[in-house]
Design a protein around this ligand. Structure first.
Ligand code: URA
Length: 273
């Protein structure tokens, strides 16, 4: 037992899993309840662990080994999930979440694929200076785009703002209307610089993945539109789950092609070689 590397037997301390329990490809919803909703599309699945906010399922999707692990809300619990998943051998992470759109034409039920995230979170700042990029792996972005196209989803690709706060940190009034002056122009400023949406985990996942040489990406279903004021919990979630599962199948196919042709990076013409 070591305080530096906390284990319970062979299991990592928070997720309560050990090597062999979790696949290389991991889908990461925030909500533990969403894990079985993801796994219901798999050929087979089993609940591997359930501890605090972390629910872990592992199985096969169209023959590919896959896991889904809930992160809880926000950077701190998400950073723990990434740390412990890396320790048990996972290396490809896709956030599967919900989000608030900043633009009228990014509608409720649409999907947003993040290629990079503004690091308004605190957890990633414990790791590295704020100038370090929270960027997705181009392979994960491409797989999500391909999967979204194949399933006929309405989707958008771009920059996300990841915050630590759902209310005041995303420009909503706090309790009793509390709003500090520096939050007043947040939404309009972010819109001007092309930010598509708010959510709370992508920047942590992407920063840590970049530091540790893992691949990551994020897809979110739009349940809030901050311009129109609409809010529809659950909108687009089922389609997003289908797209994310399919993106894992594609990544596995492309990883096989890279191995076959002895290439480090996937590029489209590898498919036709
Ligand atoms: N998740 C967020 O972080 N913000 C929203 O507006 C909706 C979902």
């Amino acid at each position: 037992m070591s305080s530096e590397e906390p284990l319970v037997g062979e299991k990592v301390y928070h997720l309560m899993v050990s090597k062999g329990d979790v696949a290389r490809y991991v889908l990461l919803p925030g909500d533990p309840e969403r894990v079985p909703l993801i796994a219901k599309y798999w050929d087979s699945s089993r609940e591997v662990a359930r501890h605090r906010e972390y629910v872990v399922y592992t199985g096969k999707y169209k023959g590919v080994d896959i896991s889904a692990v809930s992160t809880g809300i926000g950077g701190p619990s998400t950073a723990i999930a990434i740390e412990e998943l890396l320790r048990v051998g996972s290396d490809t992470f896709i956030r599967v979440g919900t989000t608030g759109s900043l633009h009228r034409d990014i509608e409720i039920g649409d999907l947003i694929i993040t290629h990079s995230a503004i690091r308004f979170d605190g957890a990633s700042r414990s790791y590295i200076y704020p100038e370090y990029p929270a960027s997705a792996s181009y392979e994960v972005v491409l797989a999500l785009v391909e999967a979204a196209e194949s399933l006929g989803a309405r989707y958008h690709v771009g920059i996300t703002a990841s915050t630590d706060s759902f209310y005041v940190g995303q420009g909503r009034p706090g309790f009793n209307g509390y709003k500090p002056y520096w939050i007043d122009n947040l939404v309009s400023d972010l819109k001007k610089i092309g930010v598509l949406n708010f959510e709370m985990e992508a920047s942590t996942i992407m920063t840590l993945s970049n530091i540790y040489g893992a691949r990551s990406g994020a897809i979110c279903a739009v349940i809030a539109n901050r311009e129109t004021g609409e809010f529809v919990p659950g909108a687009g979630v089922d389609l997003m789950i289908k797209v994310a599962n399919e993106a894992v199948r594609l990544l596995n196919e492309w990883d096989d092609l890279k191995r076959k042709h002895n290439k480090r990076y996937f590029y489209p013409s590898l498919i036709y070689k």
